[in-house]
Design a binder for this molecule. Sequence first.
Ligand SMILES: [Zn+2]
Length: 81
Amino acid sequence: MLTCKEQVARSSDYLDGQLTFRERLLVRHHLMFCPNCRRFIRQMRLMQATLKILPDEPVGDVDALAQQLAAERLKDQKGGE
Ligand SMILES: [Zn+2]
C-alpha cells in the first residue's frame, strides 16, 4: 500500500489521468482506506475544476466559487471518477 506521501505525489497525475493502470489501482486502494487523502484528492479535484472554468477577470471570492462547484458536483451525481 502506498504511503500518504507517495499518494500525494501521484495525486495530480491521478487527476490528470496520467497514471498507469497499476498505479491507478494503488491510488484507489489507498483512497479507499485513507480518509485524509480522500479529502485531499477531493480538494485538488475541486481546485483543478476551478482553474479550468476560471473566468479571465480575477475572482474576488475563490471560496464562494469552490462552494458553488461543490454544490454542482453534488447535483451532478454521475460518479465520474
Ligand atoms: Zn493517505
